[in-house]
Design a binder for this molecule. Structure first.
Ligand SMILES: Cc1cc2nc3c(=O)[nH]c(=O)nc-3n(C[C@H](O)[C@H](O)[C@H](O)COP(=O)(O)OP(=O)(O)OC[C@H]3O[C@@H](n4cnc5c(N)ncnc54)[C@H](O)[C@@H]3O)c2cc1C
Length: 440
C-alpha cells in the first residue's frame, strides 16, 4: 500500500500486486463503488467520524453512461452534501423542462417550493463523479481506486458479510458493507440478492453531438419520438432527451421501459438515429457531428432489488433499484438513499456494531426508504404500465399538453417535487396519493 495523490487529494492506493498475506485493511464501513451513491454515503459517514474504505474498480476521471442532467431534487442533495453548485464552480444551471409531445414544445419552470431549490444542473459524469469522490476524500474517507471487488467475506457463524476481497487479492474488513456498485451490483448478486422481475426496468442509450443548441437553460424531454411528421408517420417506441452541456455539445439519448412491446426487440442505436434524422438539420444531430459512440445501460427502477438491508449489507443507488419510474432520474435517489443509509449506519456504529440495538438501527434503513419513497414508487409502477401503451401517451399529449395547470401538476408528480408541509393543492394531492399507495 502507498499513499499518493492524483488530483483527488490524499488517498490510499493499492500497488495492485497484493498477495494474500498482505495486511487486512480494516474500517467501520466498506463502500463498494464510488459513483454518486457510494461517494455520498462515504461523505456522510466520514463526516460523522466513521472510518470508511471506499472501493472503486476504475480510476477517476472515468466515463459513466448517463444523461448528465439533474432536477432540483438532485440539486438539493448536492447542497446537503455541502457542494458548491454555482455556475462559477462549473455547473450549468437549468430553470425548467421543455416538453415535446407531438409538434410543439411546451415549457415549464421548476416549481417554486420551500423544500427544493428552483434550479436543476447539468455536468458531465466524468467530472461530476470525480468531484463527488474528491468530496468524500476531503471529508475523511479512504478511496481505493482500481479496486475491483469480486466477492464478499462471510462470517461462517453468523452468515453476515464482514468484508470483501478484491480481484488482486486484497482483503478489506468492516462490520457494515454497502453495495453502491451500480445496476450490475455483483456484490448483491454474490450475496444472493437477485433483481425482482415484477418491477419496472428500462434501457437507455446516449451519445454527444456537437450542436449549436449546447447552451440551453431548459432540460428537454421528448414524450413521443416520430420518424417523420408528428401524427402522420411512424411513432417510434421510447422517450428521448436533449440536454445542452454548455461546452459546444448536447447529450442526446432515449430510453425504453420493459412495459413497452418493443423492449428487448429493438436496435436502440438505430432508433436514436431514426428519431434524430427527423429533428431540424441545423440542430446538428447527424452522424458527422456525433463525437462519441452510442452507449447504453440498464435503468433499475422502483426498488427492483430488495431487501435493502440484510446480513450486514446495505444497498444504495442503482444497486437497490432506486431509479424513479416516472422519469428515469437516478442520481437524486442514489444521493438520497446514501444519506438515509449513512444515518442508519452512524446510529448503528454509536450503539456498538454487532449489538442487537445496532441491528435495529440498520433495519430502520429499508423502513425509512419505504416511508420516503415506497408509496410514490408504487404510483410510478402503475404509471409505467399505463404508458407502456403508446395510445395512452398519445391521448395524454393530445389532450394534456395544451393544459398548463394539468402540466404543472404532471411536472410536480413526475419529478417528485412537492413541499412536504404547507404545499399548494397539487402538492397535497400528490403527497396524499403517495401516502395512500402501499409501499412495497
Ligand atoms: C443512458 C442513461 C442516462 C441516464 N440519465 C440520467 C440523468 O440524466 N439523470 C439522472 O439522475 N440519472 C440518469 N441515469 C441514471 C443514473 O446514471 C444512475 O441512476 C446513477 O448513476 C446511479 O448511481 P450509483 O452510484 O448508484 O451507480 P453508478 O453511477 O453506476 O456507480 C457505480 C460505481 O461502482 C463501481 N463498481 C461497479 N462494480 C464494482 C466492483 N465490483 N468493485 C468496485 N467498484 C465497482 C463502478 O465503476 C461505478 O463507479 C441515466 C442512466 C442511463 C443508463
Amino acid at each position: 500500500m502507498s499513499d499518493t495523490s492524483n488530483g483527488l487529494g490524499s488517498y490510499a492506493e493499492s500497488d495492485h500486486g497484493a498477495r494474500s498475506n498482505d495486511p487486512v485493511i480494516e474500517a467501520d464501513v466498506i463502500v463498494v463503488g464510488a459513483g454518486p451513491a457510494g461517494s455520498a454515503t462515504a461523505t456522510h459517514l466520514a463526516r460523522h467520524g466513521l472510518r470508511v474504505s471506499l472501493l472503486e474498480k476504475s480510476r477517476f476521471p472515468r466515463e459513466k453512461v448517463c444523461g448528465d442532467g439533474l432536477t432540483p431534487r438532485g440539486t438539493r442533495q448536492l447542497i446537503r452534501l455541502g457542494i458548491d453548485t454555482s455556475e462559477a464552480a462549473g455547473w450549468l444551471h437549468n430553470k425548467g423542462l421543455r416538453i415535446y409531445g407531438g409538434e410543439r414544445p411546451f415549457q415549464l419552470e421548476w416549481p417554486d417550493l420551500a423544500d427544493f431549490p428552483r434550479y436543476g444542473l447539468v455536468r458531465p459524469r466524468a467530472d461530476f463523479d470525480q468531484l463527488l469522490a474528491r468530496h468524500a476524500v476531503a471529508a475523511g474517507a479512504s478511496l481505493y481506486e482500481l479496486s475491483n471487488v469480486v466477492e464478499p467475506i462471510i462470517d461462517s457463524g453468523s452468515q453476515r458479510i464482514v468484508g470483501v476481497r478484491t480481484k488482486d487479492g486484497r482483503r478489506f474488513t468492516a462490520p457494515m458493507v454497502v453495495a453502491a456498485d451500480g445496476n450490475s451490483t455483483r456484490l448483491s448478486l454474490t450475496m444472493g440478492l437477485n433483481r425482482r422481475e415484477d418491477r419496472p426496468m428500462g434501457v437507455a442509450v446516449r451519445t454527444y453531438y456537437a450542436s449549436p443548441r449546447h447552451r440551453d437553460d431548459y432540460l428537454e424531454s421528448w414524450l413521443e419520438l416520430w420518424e417523420g411528421k408528428p401524427g402522420k408517420s411512424a411513432l417510434l417506441p421510447g422517450y428521448g432527451w436533449i440536454f445542452g452541456m454548455g461546452d459546444g455539445t448536447c447529450n442526446v439519448g432515449l430510453g425504453i421501459l420493459n412495459t413497452s412491446a418493443a423492449f428487448g426487440k429493438t436496435d436502440y442505436k438505430d432508433l436514436l438515429k431514426r428519431w434524430l434524422q427527423n429533428t431540424p438539420q441545423d440542430w446538428g444531430f447527424r452522424g458527422e457531428n456525433m463525437i462519441t459512440p452510442v452507449r447504453g445501460a440498464a435503468l433499475p427502477m422502483g426498488f427492483n432489488r430488495q431487501p435493502h438491508y440484510g446480513r450486514g449489507l446495505l444497498l444504495v443507488g442503482d444497486a437497490g433499484g432506486m431509479i424513479n419510474p416516472f422519469n428515469g432520474e437516478g442520481i437524486a435517489y442514489a444521493l438520497e438513499s446514501a444519506e438515509i443509509a449513512a444515518a442508519a449506519m452512524t446510529e448503528a456504529h454509536q450503539r456498538g456494531p454487532g449489538s442487537p440495538a445496532a441491528e435495529r438501527a440498520l433495519e430502520s434503513y429499508p423502513t425509512r426508504l419505504k416511508a420516503e419513497l415506497g408509496g410514490y414508487y408504487t404510483l410510478g409502477r402503475t404509471f409505467v404500465k399505463l404508458i407502456g401503451h403508446p395510445r395512452v401517451m398519445r391521448v395524454c399529449t393530445t389532450y394534456g399538453l395544451p393544459r398548463r395547470t394539468l402540466m404543472r401538476f404532471t411536472l410536480k408528480l413526475l419529478a417528485n417535487l412537492t413541499d412536504a408541509h404547507d404545499g399548494d393543492a397539487m402538492d397535497k394531492l400528490i403527497n396524499s396519493l403517495s401516502r395512500i399507495a402501499p409501499a412495497a
